[in-house]
Write a protein that binds this ligand. Structure first.
Ligand code: PBG
Length: 337
């Protein structure tokens, strides 16, 4: 640069000044690459029994477990805000949790009742997503059936297929297998098709890591105590692995997934980028409970600006390549956008 500098300019004089376009708001807006919109948001909601009941989740300030009637109201708010989809998670009564997870395939279980109530009122005005995994129903807190201390794959998958069908019958639009069993996407697809649910989508939790960031969620659905000192490392992915995420995503897409998800979010933006670049498929990212908890806790202490870290983190997902984000901030973000 210095040898091309005009006479009289000091060595190292910057002819290229990247700050020029940052000087004014109009110019910053003009060169901005990513724009977060309400269409990027999926709002996870926790359901509990009862009516007109709301119960705070201690480790997720601002998030509550809602009875079905209040879930319908919350979904109404989401519809008004233009949020395209909600994900419903049941906090099942402890007495209904068993080793065999029978409640998962009960057509009258909490999540099925909530889906029916929501769909009755809002029909196609909003998408409803349901997890397929057994942890909300298991007395051991694992996502699958346990035999001799090990979460067994194929027997679990049979159960997941039945779970997907009762949820589809209730009116669920998107089945989201979050269990990380092998072969579950193909099996669930076949089960759905076999029951006539050709248009029910599958959003696969394809690259789901065995993460410590799920802690508050496990409190929210009441599975933390059941899991105890157990963990999910024999099926969820090792946080140290990147390439394996691409193999997981490749399999899920080959088995018929309509979209894939990376989870958690903020510590895994490299995975979001690789997945999007490799497969060019609809790619979602889950900003999980622990990510929400740490941002909100710091904001409550006055250490972070809640609104700004929320929007910054969500925009970063877009920049990494995500088409949408499951986030507990969805309502708050939608109100600002
Ligand atoms: C259930 C499930 C989990 C989450 C979504 N679905 C917990 C887990 O796998 O232990 C975590 C979501 C969050 O932390 O916000 N399989």
């Amino acid at each position: 640069m210095s040898d091309r500098s005009p006479e009289g300019f000091p060595a190292g004089y910057p002819h290229t000044r990247l700050r020029r376009v940052r000087r004014h708001d109009w110019s910053r807006r003009l060169v901005r690459q990513e724009t977060l919109s309400v269409n990027d948001l999926i709002w996870p909601l926790f359901i509990r029994e009862g009516s007109n009941e709301r119960e705070p989740i201690v480790s997720m300030p601002g998030v509550e477990r809602l009875s079905v009637d209040l879930i319908v109201d919350a979904v109404g708010e989401a519809v008004k805000l233009g949020i395209p989809a909600v994900a419903l998670f049941p906090a099942t009564d402890a007495k209904l949790k068993t080793p065999g997870c029978e409640e998962a395939i009960n057509p009258e279980n909490l999540v099925c009742r909530a889906v029916r109530a929501v769909k009755e009122k809002y029909a196609d005005a909003i998408g409803v997503i349901c997890d397929v995994a057994l942890d909300p129903y298991s007395s051991h807190g694992q996502d699958g059936l346990v035999r001799d201390g090990y979460v067994v794959n194929d027997e679990t998958v049979e159960m997941l297929c039945q779970q997907a069908i009762v949820q589809a019958e209730a009116g669920c639009d998107v089945i989201a297998p979050s269990d990380m069993m092998d072969g579950r996407v193909g099996a669930v697809r076949q089960a759905l098709d076999g029951s006539g649910f050709l248009d029910v989508q599958i959003m696969a939790y394809a690259a789901k890591y065995a993460s410590a960031f799920y802690g508050p969620f496990r409190e929210a659905v009441g599975s933390a105590g059941n899991l105890g000192s157990g963990d999910k490392r024999t099926y969820q992915m090792d946080p140290a692995n990147g390439d394996e995420a691409l193999r997981e995503v490749a399999l899920d897409l080959a088995e018929g997934a309509d979209s894939v998800m990376v989870k958690p979010g903020m510590p895994y933006l490299d995975i979001v980028r690789r997945v999007k670049e490799t497969f060019a498929a609809p790619t979602f990212v889950y900003q999980v409970s622990g990510e929400y908890a740490m941002l909100v806790a710091a904001a409550q202490n006055g250490w972070l600006d809640r609104e700004r870290v929320m929007l910054e983190s969500l925009t970063a997902f877009k920049r990494a390549g995500a088409d949408g984000v499951l986030t507990y901030f969805a309502r708050d973000a939608a109100r600002l956008l």
